[in-house]
Design a protein around this ligand. Structure first.
Ligand SMILES: [Cu+2]
Length: 177
């Protein structure tokens, strides 16, 4: 069987369509995929789509252990709800200070139409007692007017997030510099 293209695609258009097929461009992902131990990290959560065309109304993020001193960035049109509590242990922060409690989950409530893209930002500090080479994950629940995405899947040891349907966004930890 022969296939003849009537209107050959310019190379650029082809490149764009290939790019769009990469799942990492969709889902809820983190803009910067690496973070340094014992240093601040700006977590930018990118929301590429709603739920099957339905607008996003809520984004709830759970911070993993060792991600401390979190402060969400206010966002016009969105209400922010913070849940705080004791950490799993005491963590050392800047200038010898110790933090035993803080923000555990952050929930934004508002509306993001499926035809738009948006970002949700949290400033955090990566505890130096975490392990370089580990990947830590931020489970996210995305609620829509109709439907929900639970970006909470974590790959098994040796596995990849690419094999998961709704992977939790993660960052690879790098040694203190
Ligand atoms: Cu997606």
């Amino acid at each position: 069987m022969t296939f003849r293209m009537q209107y050959p695609l310019p190379a650029a258009a082809l490149a764009v369509s290939l790019f769009a097929a990469i799942p990492a461009q969709a889902h809820v992902t983190l803009e910067t995929r690496t973070a340094t131990l014992g240093a601040p990290y700006k977590a930018v959560f990118k929301v590429g789509h709603g739920c099957n065309g339905s607008p996003t109304t809520k984004l709830r993020i759970r911070l993993p252990d060792g991600v401390i001193a979190a402060k969400p960035m206010p966002k016009p049109g969105w209400q922010i709800e913070i849940e705080s509590g004791p950490y799993d242990k005491a963590y050392s922060f800047f200038h010898g200070a110790t933090l035993k409690e803080g923000v555990k989950t952050i929930t934004w409530t508002g509306k993001l139409d499926d035809k738009f893209y948006d970002e949700f930002v949290v400033s955090v500090f990566i505890a130096d007692s975490l392990k370089a080479g580990d990947t830590i994950y931020f489970p996210v629940v995305q609620e829509c007017e109709t439907g929900v995405h639970r970006w909470i899947e974590i790959p098994k040891a040796g596995g990849s997030s690419h094999d998961l349907k709704e992977p939790a966004p993660g960052i690879l930890l790098q040694p203190k510099t």
